[in-house]
Design a protein around this ligand. Structure first.
Ligand SMILES: [Zn+2]
Ligand SMILES: [Zn+2]
Length: 572
């Protein structure tokens, strides 16, 4: 933060709002995108963009042209952006939030404003309650029902201060990288985020430096930081523009391993380590390991800390006091699956359903990741809202897959599908269609509120189906939005193990489904997992990293995850 100037988060929020309102007004696509790209760039810039703009140097950043720079400089010097104020007088700013509701979008948001006087979420609630949406263009009874369900779910969800792993981890790594770049110190993400927890309350950073004051000061001064909560010398706490609370502690490089180990936890794991040390007549803390004579052993890396205690280094994802300390003592720790072990991704979407990238673009991105295969698994027809394919369109998609394949070497494109498990347990395609697919993931996308016996029966029917290879996001949970549906976990695991049907660990930030606890139970029941991105864009192929973290927390080795295999072996 630079005193007196708007922070990068505030600047970005204004530009995003401009993009959203221009879109609702019907501006050309590239103008809208220019504001959105600029805002994303500003959010991820470690220096004050307002200061750069005032000095005429913001244009040196990618995605920031002269128009955006002028607006940022205007905001920095006058506190407002005239063009945004004028835009707000034509398009109520509350409509931006309305447009983001699932199933609405800018055009319907504008119709709601023009034809029902809706200017924001509260107005939309009132209009729904008073039944005033009938007759608004593009808003049928189905959309009304979906809106009511969505708004009710938001009211029911507890105000949730927890950030999901998939959002917190990249944000924390951005801060760590910016701090390392600003100071030359080694900076690592620690805490529950490093252990791969689903959701985190805050982010712990550990830095190695002989000049702790400089590191604490540098964190407080980063452009990514919105607010400094407490500053040094022991600890600095800040809030970033994406709302994440970040706490930094430092140690001299010779005992950085002790600090990182201590901050990574978990509490239960560290308690067991202290017990183990006490039996050896020693004590453990972030400052080092002290023996009976008062001598302190320190280590620049974590492996040295564990070695001092007679243990192998323990992967952070296993540090939950579930027997990992005994395994480390006896040299029995599993070699956990890694992102680099994955040979392909079998659950991805393209523009044929609700993805944003073409098959060719997804294939190129898969090749860039070094994959051997990519399952093009668009939705089936019942998921009409997501552009699900009927058998005719599916066959035409196969023609495109074949065409794209001709121009792509290295990656085998597979005819896959994410087929709906319908409310009565049938699948959304006939056996004949399913038999022609290379890989079938079956997922529940509807009728979540059925009684547990019904949901269990649907899942079992899909698992027992001879053409189903995997069950997608098996519990249907959405982090911070809805719990998974209730079903008989033991029966589902038993059937999956018996039939060889994989259960997915879906890496989408909002899903992480199975979670680590269920994935662990699945492995214990003899079920093979599959780690997928469920990508709807090329970048989202990277979501497999979240899935791999969950699988590692479950103790999964490469051989426990089906898509670490080459395609011919996996198919058989
Ligand atoms: Zn799905
Ligand atoms: Zn999907």
């Amino acid at each position: 933060m630079v005193e007196g100037l708007p922070g990068n988060g505030e600047v970005a929020a204004r530009l995003e709002l401009m993009g959203d309102l221009l879109e609702i007004e019907g501006a050309v696509r590239h103008r809208v995108l220019a504001y959105r790209r600029g805002a994303a760039r500003i959010r991820a810039t470690p220096e004050s963009v307002a200061a750069l703009a005032v000095a005429g140097r913001a244009v040196e950043l990618p995605d920031i042209g002269a128009t955006l720079q002028d607006k940022v400089a205007e905001l920095a010097t006058t506190g407002t952006i005239g063009a945004l104020d004028r835009l707000c007088s034509r398009v109520p700013p509350g409509l931006a939030e309305v447009a983001r509701l699932p199933g609405l979008g800018p055009r319907r948001a504008r119709a709601l404003f023009e034809q029902a006087g809706v200017t924001g979420l509260d107005g939309l609630r009132r209009a729904l309650a008073e039944g005033r949406l009938a007759g608004v263009e593009g808003i049928g009874p189905k959309t009304v029902a979906a809106l009511e369900a969505e708004l009710a779910a938001r009211d029911a969800a507890p105000a949730d201060a927890l950030a999901p792993l998939g959002r917190a981890l990249p944000a924390a790594e951005r801060v760590a990288a910016a701090l390392a770049a600003a100071t030359g110190a080694r900076v690592e993400v620690a805490g529950s985020l490093r252990r791969g927890a689903d959701r985190v309350k805050d982010v712990d950073l550990a830095a190695a430096s002989d000049d702790p004051e400089a590191v604490h000061r540098a964190l407080a001064g980063l452009g990514l930081v919105d607010e400094v909560l407490t500053e040094g010398p022991e600890k600095t706490a800040v809030r970033t523009h994406d709302g994440l609370r970040v706490e930094l502690r430092t140690a001299p490089p010779d005992r950085f391993g002790n600090l990182l180990q201590h901050l990574t936890g978990s509490r239960a794991h560290n308690v067991r380590l202290r017990e183990l040390a006490r039996r050896q007549g020693r004590s453990v803390s972030e400052h080092g390991i002290v023996d009976a004579e008062g001598r302190t052993a320190t280590s620049p890396d974590e492996a040295g800390v564990y070695r001092e205690l007679g243990l192998e280094w323990i992967p952070p994802e296993l540090r939950e006091d579930r027997g990992e300390i005994e395994q480390a003592r006896d040299g029995r720790l599993p070699r956990l699956v890694e992102v680099g072990d994955l040979r392909g991704d079998l659950h991805t979407h393209s523009t044929w359903s609700d993805g944003t990238a073409t098959i060719a673009e997804m294939a190129a991105a898969a090749a860039a990741r070094g994959y051997d295969y990519l399952g093009v698994s668009d939705h089936s027809r019942s998921l009409a809202m997501a552009g699900g394919l009927d058998p005719d369109r599916l066959r035409r998609q196969w023609e495109e897959i074949a065409r794209v394949q001709e121009g792509v070497s290295g990656v085998r494109l597979l005819r896959a599908s994410e087929v709906d498990i319908l409310a009565d347990g049938r699948l959304d395609f006939d056996d004949e269609v399913l038999a022609a697919l290379d890989w079938v993931t079956a997922s529940v996308h509807s009728a979540f509120r059925q009684p547990p016996e019904r949901i269990t029966a649907r899942l079992l029917a899909a698992i027992e189906h001879p053409h189903v290879d995997a069950i997608g996001h098996p519990t249907g949970r959405m982090l911070g939005r809805r719990e998974g549906y209730a079903f008989d976990v033991d029966r589902v695991l038993e059937a999956a193990a018996r039939t060889g049907t994989c259960l997915e660990v879906n890496g989408q930030p909002a899903r992480l489904d199975l979670d680590a606890a269920l994935a662990r139970r699945a492995l214990e029941a003899g079920v093979r997992l599959i780690v997928s991105s469920d990508a709807h864009s090329t970048d989202a192929l990277g979501f497999v990293r979240n899935g791999v973290l969950v699988a590692r927390r479950a103790g999964a080795r490469a051989e426990d995850v089906a898509n670490t295999r080459q395609w011919p072996g996996l198919r058989d």
